[in-house]
Design a protein around this ligand. Structure first.
Ligand SMILES: NC(=O)c1ccc[n+]([C@@H]2O[C@H](COP(=O)([O-])OP(=O)(O)OC[C@H]3O[C@@H](n4cnc5c(N)ncnc54)[C@H](OP(=O)(O)O)[C@@H]3O)[C@@H](O)[C@H]2O)c1
Length: 254
């Protein structure tokens, strides 16, 4: 996800710094592919207007090292998701704490939630100019209105329509296995899908996501995955492309 965001932000004219846990030398290919500058993790937040977190959730606590250099005015964007089979069990989230609220608590700073519900490759293939009929709308949730507006502007700039999805506590509605997850809704579709979010159903559906992700090969198209996800929430039922994607997924999973 970091790669897609870095590439699109660089393309939009932003200065982008990136860091991982293994050091800038391991990010030389990443630099060439995205135009971002790789730096040490202790330096990445220094002078930043926006700090984007896109790591497996289990590693969030390890990012406290970033906070020393984080400017007080910086907005922190949380693009992470909780996958229990990848992140180990996080009791608080299992017991109902909203994922980004947990992130905010772990780091002791406010965060804005966005970009977590779109597949990384669709960040590039799905970018559209304002007014395009198939433009994807992305939910943005957070408690500080000014910070939320900054991220909403960023969403717009990257070719998506921002939608104010409420407070950080409300962002459980855009978590994995909820109807807006990986379904790339238009602005017309998004509010209805957020309203249909259901904590209990999502808990049960996470097992389905695990099963699908384990069975499809790594290179499987993000667009096809989204087409199938849309079908599962009752969208595009009469589109030929939807059923073709379902067949391709079935074959890939064999
Ligand atoms: N992939 C998607 O389509 C997508 C879409 C929306 C949201 N997300 C969410 O975004 C997050 C990242 O997913 P991903 O698919 O991009 O995973 P990924 O391909 O495994 O990338 C994670 C990156 O985080 C770095 N990292 C891990 N621990 C770190 C630490 N302690 N300090 C600094 N860097 C660290 C990793 O580098 P090192 O291991 O070298 O440190 C790696 O470059 C997840 O929470 C995911 O659910 C993913």
């Amino acid at each position: 996800m970091g790669k897609s965001l870095a590439a699109q932000l660089h393309k939009a004219g932003h200065t982008v710094k990136v860091a991982n846990s293994r050091g800038p030398k391991t990010l030389q290919t990443f630099e060439k592919q995205t135009g971002a500058k790789a730096v040490d993790v202790t330096e990445v937040a220094s002078g930043a207007d926006i700090l984007i977190l896109a790591v497996p959730l289990k590693n969030i606590a390890g990012l406290r090292v970033l906070l020393t250099n984080l400017p007080a005015s910086a907005v922190v964007l949380d693009a992470c998701n909780y996958y229990p089979w990848r992140d180990e069990q996080i009791t608080e989230i299992n017991e109902g704490v909203t994922e980004s609220v947990w992130v905010s608590q772990q780091l002791g700073i406010p965060v804005i939630k966005a970009f977590n519900n779109i597949i990384a490759s669709n960040m590039i293939t799905g970018s559209r100019p304002a007014g395009a009929p198939d433009r994807v709308a992305l939910p943005v949730a957070g408690d500080n209105l000014k910070a939320k507006m900054i991220i909403m502007e960023l969403v717009e700039e990257l070719g998506f329509t921002p939608f104010d999805a409420g407070t950080l506590a409300d962002s459980w509605r855009q978590q994995p296995a909820q109807p807006v997850y990986c379904t790339d809704p238009t602005l017309k579709e998004l509010p209805g899908l957020l309203a249909r979010a259901d904590r209990q159903k999502a808990q049960a559906n996470r097992g389905r996501i695990k099963m699908i992700l384990e069975k499809i090969p790594p290179g499987f198209s993000g667009q096809d995955l989204t087409r199938v996800s849309r079908l599962l929430v009752g969208l595009d039922v009469f589109k030929l492309k939807t059923w073709a994607a379902l067949i391709r997924m079935g074959i890939a999973m064999l």
